[in-house]
Structure formats: structure tokens, C-alpha cells
Design a binder for this molecule. Structure first.
Ligand SMILES: [Mn+2]
Length: 346
């Protein structure tokens, strides 16, 4: 039996740290962490300094203009290198026209446009979305120019997500992973039972099993996870298998994971009760239509299920990461680990 040559692996992002930005000392902490990360990834001193400048500009903007600003620092590893990426997320009034706001001097919000313009010029990858009366998400990615970096525009990621530990915890018990299949992409989202290190261990084990799993159908994958997780606390898990050519999603889930295809209306995907690793009922696969460009959203119960995509005009055209961050900001709960992953295929 021959196997087709595998397509390049999807980029892997590691969430390094969330910073709640309410005062200048928090900006300093975020800047230092970002520069440390750039150094660890082998960036030149010059590029590391530019990453620091961009984080300082974004953080300063959050303090001056935002309500409940936070900044997430990420390391993104892909085929040809690595990037430092940050998200600046706020619940401020939002900006009516982000494209205008990045041009220095064309802004109605004081110094906001100046800072954004600086970040825009330094970044190799950029996305920004402002939801009316809800706030703004800014994503900026920085490659090391020595290795050519990576442009989000030339190779837009198809699946991206975010995790955030519950308040007071260092590690997140939720997680997700993506792998390529013969026909498309397969996404796993996991919520380890409880929270803290033992929940994280169950989830990390699930992600590892998923990445090496021989079974490719969603039910088969869940059964493999179930067998392999009996020594852990167990997880809630859902698998979405995207087949862009067939315009179809195959889905199977156990436990409390919300999933939906967001086309003209939101079509929820069905999970069964149970705990992967401990109580596996009869698992069933469901299939759903996947119109081109329609986001597929999976999230843990660390997000409320009541979000309405109609409140985000134009968001579906943005990067999956921007979609994920907007939902996490508005539907995320601080009292539980939270995770959301968004897939978008044309
Ligand atoms: Mn949970």
C-alpha cells in the first residue's frame, strides 16, 4: 500500500502568555517577554528591538484607548522558520475604519493611528478587525528578516485557535491540534476534566495521540483517544474533519464542546454526553454542509454558547485567529479554561 506524499504540516502556534494591560508596568512586562521570545527564536538584535517597539506601541494604545485590554504573546512555528506573534484585544469603542487608522495622521482617535501605523510597517503579517461597540482585535506577526520571515498574506493559515487558562491558573486544561488528511484538514479540540496541571496533562496526551493516530474517521479517532486516555482524568473532545472539495464537514464529539458551521445561519454540530477515557457511549458521526469561506468554530465550555455572528459584520473574511479572538473576548468566561478554534477553507 502506498501513501500519498504528505502536504506540509500546518503551522503550530504556542500561546506563551496573556498579559492584562491596564498600566505601563504591564506593557513593560509584555515587551520584555516578547523580546525574550524573539531572542529564543534566533532573531537578530535589530529585529528583536523592532518586536519590542511594536509591543510597546500596541500596549500603550491599549492603556490610552481601551477598556479591558489584553495582549497575548505567541510563538508560531512553520515549515521554514518561526514568528513572534501578538494579539492585542480590547473592549473599547472600536474603530470605524481600520484601514484608514493604520495610515499615520489619518485618525480621529488621537495618537491611536500613529501607533498602529508603526506596528503595521514593522509587521510581516497583520490583521485587524473592529466590531462596532464591542472592541478591536489586532494581530501582528514578526519573522526574522534574515530568514525571510513569513507573510500571513502569502500563506494565510486555514485553522487557528486560542487557549486561555482560567483566572489563577498557570496552565490551560484545554487545547487543540490540527493535522492534514488526504482530502483536507482535521481539527481536534479538547477540554481536560477540571483544570490545572492534571487537566492539561490529559489534554496534552489527547493531542499527542491525535497527531499519531492511524484512524482517520472522526469516530475512529475518538475511540483511539478513549483507549489511550484511561490513565488520565479524561477529556471532552470533538473532531471536525473538513473536506473542502466535497464541501462537507464530518463531525463527532463527546462531552461539552460546542461546534458550528457559520454560514448564512449558524448550524450547530452535535456531540454526545460522556468522558473520553472513561465513559464512551456509542459514538456517532454527523455530516454537515460546508459552504466556501464559512468558518467552522469549535469551543470549550469556557465560552458561552450564546454568541451571534451577526454582531460581527465582515468578520468571516478575516483570519481565523481574529475570529477566534473576537469570540473569546465577548463570550469567554474567566472562571474556566477557555479554548476556541476556527477553521476556514475556500
Ligand atoms: Mn471547561
Amino acid at each position: 500500500m502506498t501513501r500519498p506524499t504528505p502536504a506540509p504540516a500546518p503551522a503550530v502556534a504556542e500561546d506563551v502568555a496573556w498579559f492584562r494591560i491596564a498600566e505601563p508596568s504591564a506593557v513593560g512586562a509584555a515587551r520584555r517577554a516578547a523580546m525574550q521570545l524573539a531572542g529564543r527564536l534566533g532573531f537578530t538584535d535589530g529585529r528583536t528591538g523592532e518586536v519590542g517597539i511594536a509591543v510597546t506601541e500596541a500596549g500603550t494604545n491599549l492603556i490610552k484607548h481601551a477598556t479591558e485590554g489584553s495582549l497575548l504573546l505567541r510563538a508560531v512555528r512553520h515549515d521554514t522558520g518561526a514568528m513572534v506573534e501578538f494579539l492585542a484585544v480590547d473592549s473599547g469603542p472600536g474603530m470605524p475604519d481600520m484601514d484608514v487608522a493604520v495610515q499615520d495622521g489619518h485618525t480621529t482617535t488621537g495618537t491611536l493611528g500613529i501607533g498602529l501605523g508603526a506596528i503595521y510597517r514593522l509587521a510581516d503579517a497583520w490583521d485587524a478587525y473592529s466590531a462596532p461597540a464591542r472592541g478591536t482585535v489586532l494581530v501582528a506577526g514578526f519573522g526574522d528578516r534574515r530568514t525571510g520571515g513569513w507573510s500571513g498574506a502569502s500563506s494565510p493559515p486555514l485553522v487557528e485557535g486560542l487557549t486561555r487558562p482560567m483566572t489563577g491558573e498557570e496552565v490551560c486544561g484545554d487545547g487543540f491540534a490540527v493535522r492534514r488528511t488526504g482530502h483536507g484538514l482535521q481539527v481536534l479540540l479538547c477540554d481536560g476534566l477540571g483544570h490545572g496541571p492534571l487537566a492539561a496533562r490529559a489534554t496534552q496526551e489527547a493531542l499527542r495521540l491525535f497527531m499519531s493516530c492511524a484512524a482517520t474517521d472522526p469516530v475512529g479517532v475518538l475511540k483511539t483517544l478513549h483507549r489511550g486516555l484511561s490513565h488520565t482524568r479524561g477529556v471532552a473532545a470533538a473532531i471536525a474533519d473538513l473536506d473542502p472539495a466535497a464541501r462537507r464537514v464530518r463531525f463527532a464529539g463527546i462531552g461539552n464542546i460546542s461546534a458550528a458551521v457559520v454560514a448564512e445561519r449558524r448550524r450547530g454540530m452535535i456531540s454526545a454526553p460522556g468522558i473520553v477515557g472513561h465513559q464512551l457511549p456509542r459514538v456517532q458521526e454527523y455530516q454537515y454542509d460546508l459552504p466556501a469561506g464559512s468558518p467552522v468554530v469549535l469551543h470549550s465550555d469556557g465560552l458561552q454558547d450564546r454568541w451571534d455572528f451577526a454582531a460581527y459584520p465582515g468578520l468571516a473574511r478575516h483570519r481565523p485567529l481574529t475570529v477566534a479572538a473576537s469570540l473569546l473576548r465577548d463570550a469567554g468566561l474567566r472562571r474556566d479554561d477557555a479554548s476556541v478554534v476556527v477553521a476556514k477553507v475556500d
